[in-house]
Design a protein around this ligand. Structure first.
Ligand code: W6P
Length: 417
């Protein structure tokens, strides 16, 4: 079919990663012209990423690709793919106008030093990388206050509306795929998922984080900037202590609520004052909140919900050159070493409701203090997305330490499976 050919065509192009630094450099005080360039990049890049996912969904083993929920997810990716490739291209006239408003021409760009990063990508035709030079080097400053045709901002607005539709469409993807895995396990009489499926889900969800990050940035950059330290949804001066303290308050509240506790375990925070770094606050909150819920649960279940007091959970934040590391230590009895791997597998717990997206509106959602569901594996993906990681070390019979590493070197490109 024609659609299948198109998908296959786009899936042959390599995906193009963007680093946190690139997102920030590109997104600072963007003019309508810069936003248009970003739109052009996304207009090329998103169909490529979506097509890769469709191909992967199609090639899931053992009829997992035939589960109704998996087909539903595939349909979402195809619908969004179609919407994007049917979205009009920027007209020659508009493109020329934007080009004229920028300081440097493509010819000038070509004369730049050969060792400029990703220089070689530039000549690769028909891939989204074509737009990347401007993103990577910001050689195309829109400093000339030239009047851009009104069509530029109209195009931007219209493209943002399309992105909003797509983002909303994909809200239920994590839950739907989880449902698909349940259907599969039922059909095959399985209790666990095997490594290939685990790896597929890791790749798939990681890719989803990236797509939503890019879409979120584009939508946000087109709004009026709310706060001076924000570039899209990235905060260039994320005050870690503040975000972590909020996660502490929220986790303790939910814990007390869930277990109906008289006294909720204390959580001590040791953090260098004024420690700031560039990050997405909602991601940070999401990960720390997830770790704290697990620690609280372990402590409360070990000591019982009627205890007068509990051993406190300790959060230590260390600032290195390479990483900022957040350690969460509990004395909740630990996990047997043989069970550690289980923690990272996607086991669907029935109580699970979308606590899964940091950008998902959760205000009306009463969270269960769910156990090992999707929370930890997804948090690890959020950490890895910006070059960090999440590790657990447990002393069975005592407690667990979780290490959340966040890379300070914002040059890490998105990991693209
Ligand atoms: C536990 C199990 C766990 C998972 C993640 C973080 C903390 C903890 N504590 O007992």
């Amino acid at each position: 079919k024609e659609l299948a050919t198109r998908i296959a065509h786009f899936a042959r192009f390599p995906q193009t990663g963007v680093s946190l630094r690139q997102m920030v450099e590109f997104g600072q005080n963007p003019s309508q012209g810069t936003l248009l360039r970003a739109a052009q990049f996304l207009h090329d890049e998103l169909p490529i990423r979506l097509a890769h996912r469709v191909v992967e969904l199609d090639s899931l083993p053992d009829d997992l690709n035939q589960m109704p929920s998996v087909l539903r997810v595939k349909r979402m990716y195809i619908d969004s793919f179609n919407e994007l490739i049917n979205f009009p291209k920027v007209s020659e006239r508009i493109r020329e106008a934007v080009k004229a408003s920028t300081v440097q021409s493509e010819a000038e760009w070509r004369q730049l030093p050969r060792n400029a990063p990703n220089m070689t990508h530039f000549d690769q035709p028909k891939s989204a990388t074509h737009w990347i030079p401007s993103i990577q080097h910001r050689y195309h400053y829109d400093v000339k206050p030239t009047e851009l045709p009104v069509e530029v901002s109209e195009y931007n607005r219209s493209f943002v509306r399309t992105l909003e539709t797509i983002k909303r469409r994909h809200d239920p993807v994590v839950t739907a795929l989880a449902q698909g895995v349940v259907e599969y396990k039922k059909l095959r009489g399985r209790k666990t998922i095997d490594n290939p499926v685990q790896h597929f889900l890791d790749r798939f969800y990681l890719s989803r984080i990236g797509i939503r990050m890019l879409i979120g940035q584009q939508i946000e950059l087109n709004q009026q900037q709310k706060h001076k330290d924000f570039v899209g949804i990235i905060c260039t001066k994320t005050r870690i202590a503040e975000v972590v303290q909020e996660a502490i308050d929220n986790a303790r509240f939910i814990c007390g609520d869930y277990y109906m506790l008289m006294s909720v375990p204390e959580i001590e925070l040791h953090c260098p004052k004024e420690l700031e770094f560039m990050y997405v606050p909602s991601h940070l909150h999401h990960m720390v909140f997830e770790l704290l819920k697990n620690s609280l649960r372990a402590v409360v279940e070990l000591y019982g919900d009627e205890a007068d007091s509990y051993p406190p959970i300790k959060v230590v934040i260390a600032e290195g050159n390479e990483d900022i590391t957040i350690k969460v230590s509990d004395e909740g009895g630990g996990i047997p070493r043989s069970a550690i791997d289980q923690v990272w597998t996607y086991m669907y717990t029935t109580a699970q409701t979308p606590m899964l997206d940091p950008d998902f509106d959760q205000s009306d959602f009463k969270a269960p203090l769910a156990g090992f569901g999707y929370g930890l594996p997804l948090s690890r993906l959020y950490a890895r997305y910006f070059g960090g990681d999440l590790k657990l070390i447990s002393m069975e019979g005592y407690g667990t330490d979780a290490y959340l590493h966040l890379s300070r070197l914002s040059d890490n490109e998105e990991p693209l499976a």
